[in-house]
Design a protein. Structure first.
Length: 107
């Protein structure tokens, strides 16, 4: 029986790297090698494509993830979709303010 981590990595590969020849070890290397460019690439792939974004982002060290999210500029292309996913993650992981109006409770 496969571990839950192994299943998570397989899902990330299927969701986010379907167009690449990447393995579980490659994702671990992106997370833990200290290569900031690789971490940012993995973050963006998860942000844009993951079917379980909130769980997948927890793979990052919290301090690293907070910095990556702060520095990430949402591109103009597909802005609303990406902004929404990023803000939901910020709210869930860091108690940031919810900025997506249609997700706010009506008072």
């Amino acid at each position: 029986m496969e571990s839950s981590d192994s299943l998570r990595y397989k899902r990330i590969i299927n969701d986010c790297f379907w167009d690449s020849n990447i393995k579980e070890e490659d994702i671990k290397k992106m997370l833990y090698s200290g290569d900031k460019r690789a971490e940012k690439q993995l973050f963006e792939k998860i942000l844009l494509n993951s079917t379980d974004i909130l769980t997948d982002l927890k793979l990052f060290k919290k301090s690293e993830l907070k910095l990556i999210m702060k520095e990430y500029n949402v591109p103009v292309f597909n802005y609303d979709y990406i902004f929404r996913r990023k803000n939901i993650a910020e709210v869930y992981l860091f108690n940031a303010p919810l900025l997506v109006d249609e997700l706010k409770w009506m008072v």
